[in-house]
Design a binder for this molecule. Structure first.
Ligand SMILES: [Zn+2]
Length: 209
């Protein structure tokens, strides 16, 4: 089942450039784009409407292995070592770097988890046609968490560490890396295919019924 954004009635203003547009004769066979700035006014009815929910559920399934499994395996002068995302945060905390530990905990663990969790809650609410009174709060929190979710920065750090340590020792990617890449793809798809405007329209429709 797909949830399609409502076409604005009569005269509407583009959310990006404020151009006034008549949308009386429009339908959902094509998405509505602003002729001046190409901002999306409403989505077309297509199978892509479920991608945000599907990727959020997949991301939640990958979350625990991505943060708990080892990311890089290190073999340096006979010493073997590996570390996970959660283990790295704990290690920073123990080595008297509480600010850095909290920042990584917030941006790489808590924010992506809440972003995925809230997307699933919002998606399921829409599909079950429910109108819980906390829905606007979930939506605002989801947008806020999306802003703080910086898992890609952590992934870049892993790539840099991998390249830097290739010379002095044997370093190899471990199972956690594959889960982390999968989780990162889910978070990106979730951000790309979630339409905030449509989610608010759903709430407004429910209120007026
Ligand atoms: Zn526009």
């Amino acid at each position: 089942m797909t949830v399609v954004s409502q076409i604005p009635k009569d005269l509407t203003a583009c959310p990006d450039c404020d151009l006034l547009l008549h949308t009386d004769d429009s339908d959902h066979r094509q998405q509505g784009l602003c002729p001046r700035c190409s901002a999306q006014l409403w989505g077309a009815s297509s199978s892509t409407a479920d991608i945000d929910l599907a990727s959020a559920i997949s991301g939640l399934l990958l979350f625990i292995p991505a943060v708990s499994l080892p990311i890089l395996k290190l073999d340096m002068v006979g010493q073997l070592g590996s570390n996970s995302l959660a283990g790295g945060v704990w290690r920073l905390w123990r080595e008297d770097e509480p600010l850095l530990a909290i920042l990584i905990l917030l941006c790489s663990l808590f924010a992506p988890l809440m972003h995925l969790l809230l997307t699933v809650m919002i998606g399921l609410t829409q599909r079950f046609k429910a109108h819980p009174r906390h829905y606007p709060m979930w939506l605002k929190a989801k947008v806020w968490m999306q802003g703080w979710s910086m898992l890609e920065v952590y992934a870049m750090g892993i790539i840099v560490a991998y390249v830097k340590m290739m010379d002095p020792g044997e370093v190899s990617v471990a199972s956690g890396t594959y889960c982390l890449v999968g989780l990162l793809l889910c978070v990106i798809l979730c951000s790309q295919y979630f339409h905030e405007e449509q989610a608010w329209q759903y709430w407004e429709q429910g209120k007026s019924q």
